[in-house]
Ligand binder design. Structure first.
Ligand SMILES: [Zn+2]
Length: 348
């Protein structure tokens, strides 16, 4: 089995301004540059200086506004020939668009996330729409990932707490994966499970857990990256996504005002850990110690929509056994949501 992992990894303050040098080292001298909305206004001048000083030619440039498979496919036909890499700078939308674009055009992709709100910047999955409906597509894992922790430090706190929420979900996702093996025989890739688990553990043993601290931000990025690689190794999203993700996806469909993926997933992780029992203390400590709980108490989810999402969760994904597939689990979880003090702080 061939596993692709990113070859170019830089996670440090001011990494964006060295992008030209990093690309030159990889011999990516002719690039197609894709920027998320608003990125040009923030970093364009510095980017051009970095490219120029390293003799990187930007052969094509585009601000990503769409997020559909159709647009990404069409974009591929307009790329000039002789491009050595695609560079995507921005949030999840620009990166997912480019993951698909790079995949169908068989070009290496370098991602530069300007927020670390989920594990998408290094995962092989791209969330795009097809015929107007959102779907997750298997693409390739990026060739390179550059995370500038200074940019992350200046990004809105909700993004970083989302990244933390998406990471905490590894505890419950791994439990669900092992449960699926016991109940349905779905194979578990032990190596993927181990690195996914250690990616989240490393984060929680680090102190201080301060989202203004470069080291801590670097660790979050690092852990999200490893979680993305675990999916590539397992050839499935299992090491990073379980019942908590089902609830969040349902919430996306139901709630009148959704929050971010990672915030929803983090809250759902705490909820399903109640059913799993063995993960409950760990998850509870994690949401308290990282400040996730305090943050969400000021950005609450809608309780009624969350309860409807629990009821809908099992219909989100076919043949995907989780703790929510167990008998009476839905009823027990709803009762928990109605009575738990910590849930009361995160929902209204
Ligand atoms: Zn996620």
């Amino acid at each position: 089995m061939e596993i692709t992992i990113p070859s170019l990894l830089r996670i440090k303050p001011n990494a964006l301004y060295k992008i030209g040098k990093y690309l030159r080292n990889e011999k990516f001298n002719q690039i197609a540059l894709f920027l998320g909305e608003g990125i040009k206004e923030l970093f364009y001048k510095e980017l051009l200086i970095s490219f120029e000083s390293s003799e990187i030619k930007v052969r094509y440039e585009q601000v990503v506004t769409g997020n559909s498979v159709e647009e990404s496919f069409k974009q591929g036909t307009t790329l000039p020939s002789g491009i050595s890499a695609i560079v995507a700078i921005g949030g999840g939308k620009a990166i997912d668009f480019c993951k698909y674009l790079a995949f169908i055009n068989q070009l290496p992709l370098v991602t530069v996330p300007t927020a670390i709100s989920n594990d998408g910047f290094a995962s092989p999955m791209a969330s795009l729409t097809i015929d107007g409906k959102r779907k997750s597509f298997k693409t390739a894992i990026p060739y390179g990932v550059i995370v500038d922790t200074e940019i992350i430090r200046n990004s809105p706190a909700i993004f970083t707490y989302s990244g933390i929420g998406d990471l905490i979900s590894k505890y419950t996702a791994l439990y669900d994966w092992k449960l699926a093996f016991k109940k349905t025989g779905e194979p578990v890739n032990d190596f993927a499970a181990i690195i996914s688990r250690s990616s989240v553990d490393t984060l929680f043993y680090y102190s201080p857990k301060n989202i203004q601290d470069h080291q801590f931000l670097g660790l979050i990025a690092n852990s999200l990256l490893i979680s993305g690689i675990a999916m590539e190794i397992a050839r499935s999203s299992r090491p990073a996504s379980g019942s908590e993700h089902l609830i969040s996806h349902a919430y996306d469909k139901i709630a009148p005002n959704t929050s971010t993926h990672g915030i929803q997933v983090g809250v759902a992780t705490y909820a399903v850990s109640f059913l799993q029992q063995i993960t409950h203390e760990t998850v509870k400590n994690a949401i308290v110690q990282t400040g996730f709980l305090d943050f969400v108490s000021t950005h609450k989810l809608k309780k009624s929509a969350f309860i409807e999402s629990i009821k809908m969760a099992n219909d989100i994904k076919e043949n995907f056994y989780t703790i929510l597939s167990e008998r009476n689990s839905i009823e027990q979880l709803i009762q928990f949501i109605d009575n738990d003090d910590i849930i009361a702080k995160m929902m209204e």
